[in-house]
Design a protein around this ligand. Structure first.
Ligand code: F6P
Length: 488
């Protein structure tokens, strides 16, 4: 395994925090774990290097109180040093609900119906100027304060995460100059250059110029890194050496690197043995009749939930003998409900479930069971018991559900995996690979997965477990620390 980098102090910067605070009934301060796979992964990185500071947005009232009380100083919680940044509410709303999650997310996942959307104009300009930029400036200011306290900019690596914070590298350089090592990890797909032309010039050029102030721009797959270099060339006219993965620009080297994110298999194996999961398993998951088909996702257009239900319905049309033999548990966490497209999508999901249940269900069998809540123990209980897992994302940066689930599954379950999920680069050969737009192909893949002979299931399931165990979160962190030590 690689050595521990060169001992630089780490500052992690992400929109989501590792913890969120609230008051319990007696008025005492409590905290719970922040949501999302990104937070789980960054936790491993933060714990790897003592003294790491994690800077993130305050997201609850109690978070804001913590931010004010600590006045920029890190707050120690669960062995982590966390600095919460309080934003102006309207600015945050414009950043999150106007720029990051509809616009950038939709462009990078290819979700726009281009003849009709997006409709851009002065509103976008205002949301960029009054939302995205100030929120990104708040993060850069928090990093600057943290460095002022320690005075060791050249001994620090600042690891910025994701599309909510694309402008942070530029603001950091304006405040701190060239001394600190700066990287930005893009956790979502980086599409081909022509897709970026949907964005107004001030957004696409602003984002790219900011990213070129980094030492490393990181992605989950080599394909995303190559698309990034092509985008820089086509949009800004800046040449990249695609063979080595470096862009020489403004007197510095900017590396485009791929580090496929992963999970801590031990953590999931332990969770799988825990009481909360065992309870869900006995009381809920094992009570579902027949074979178990599973999906676990946020309710997000990129996850392709509606087509997944259509494919399942199509399977019953083609194979009526499957009726009553299987239950599809869809464990879907509500997400980004303040964005109209997401609210509409949640309705479309419910409608698609009703159609399958009305079209194929009977008095004593419901083909789809929809669980629309954030119930992590239930999801893990279902991971252990699925016969087939559907991950049919339109596009997905990586998709950690695929990795988490195969590690703890006890049933030699078959993974039906979108060829457009980042995880496909590593896991694809052991899965039933599907085109996320082809409903008939997905229907056939679901049928094949649910009827596959035992020997083939076992071989595939074992190969998936081995592949995930060979590249864990530990390797993900180590590869980045090694690059921090050697690339500059
Ligand atoms: O990786 C994509 C990402 O947006 C992360 O940044 C985030 O943790 C996760 O998906 C969930 O999204 P949100 O923070 O909008 O709930």
């Amino acid at each position: 395994m690689a050595q521990d980098g060169d001992g630089r102090r780490l500052i992690i910067v992400s929109n989501r925090a590792p913890v969120t605070f609230f008051r319990d009934e007696s008025g005492g301060r409590e905290h719970s774990r922040g949501s999302g796979g990104l937070v789980t992964a960054l936790n491993a990185a933060a714990r790897r290097r003592k003294g790491t500071v994690w800077i993130a947005s305050a997201s609850s009232d109690e978070d804001a109180r913590v931010a004010r009380e600590s006045a920029g100083e890190p707050y120690e919680v669960e062995d982590l040093q966390v600095t919460l940044v309080e934003h102006d509410e309207d600015s945050y709303d414009l950043m999150y609900n106007r720029i990051a999650n509809p616009l950038l997310w939709f462009v990078q996942h290819g979700l726009y119906d281009l003849p009709y959307a997006p409709d851009l104009g002065d509103d976008t300009r205002r949301a960029w100027k009054d939302g995205y930029l100030p929120v990104n400036q708040n993060f850069a200011a928090a990093v600057e304060r943290s460095l002022e306290a320690t005075g060791d900019a050249d001994e620090t690596a600042i690891l910025v995460h994701d599309y909510q914070l694309y402008m942070v590298p530029q603001f950091l350089r304006e405040r701190l100059g060239d001394e600190p090592f700066v990287s930005l990890f893009v956790h979502i797909p980086w599409p081909a250059p022509e897709n970026w032309r949907v964005l107004p010039k001030f957004v696409r050029e602003g984002v790219l110029r900011s990213l070129l102030r980094c030492d490393v721009v990181a992605f989950h797959t080599g394909a995303y890194a190559r698309n990034f270099m092509r985008t820089v060339r086509e949009v800004l006219g800046v040449e990249a050496d695609e063979q080595i993965g470096v862009i020489r620009h403004g007197g510095r080297d900017v590396w485009a690197r791929a580090y496929p994110i992963s999970i801590d298999p031990g953590e999931f194996e332990e969770l799988a043995r825990g009481d909360a999961v065992l309870e869900q398993e006995e009381e809920y998951v094992k009570a579902l009749p027949g074979k178990l088909l599973l999906r676990v996702d946020r309710v997000d257009l990129s996850k392709n939930v509606v087509r997944g239900f259509r494919a399942y319905g199509r399977m019953f049309e083609r194979h009526p003998e499957m009726k009553g033999e299987v239950t599809f548990l869809a464990s879907l966490q509500p997400s980004r409900g303040g964005i109209p497209e997401y609210a509409d999508y949640a309705e479309a999901v419910k409608q698609a479930v009703e159609e399958v249940n009305a079209g194929h269900g009977t008095d004593d069998w419901r083909p789809v069971v929809l669980s629309m809540e954030d119930n992590f123990p239930r999801s893990i209980a279902a991971y252990k018991n699925y016969d087939a897992l559907l991950v049919n994302a339109v596009r997905d940066g990586m998709n950690l559900v695929a990795k988490e689930a195969v590690v703890v599954n006890d049933k030699n379950g078959v993974l039906v995996l979108s060829e457009s999920a980042g995880a496909h680069e590593e896991l694809g050969e052991h899965t039933l690979s599907v085109n996320p737009f082809d409903v008939d192909e997905q229907a056939d893949a679901l049928h094949r997965a649910l009827t596959m002979p035992a020997g083939e299931r076992a071989r595939r399931a074992e190969a998936l477990k081995e592949t995930v165990r060979a590249n864990t979160i530990e390797e993900w962190v180590e590869a980045q620390l090694k690059d921090i030590a050697t690339l500059r």
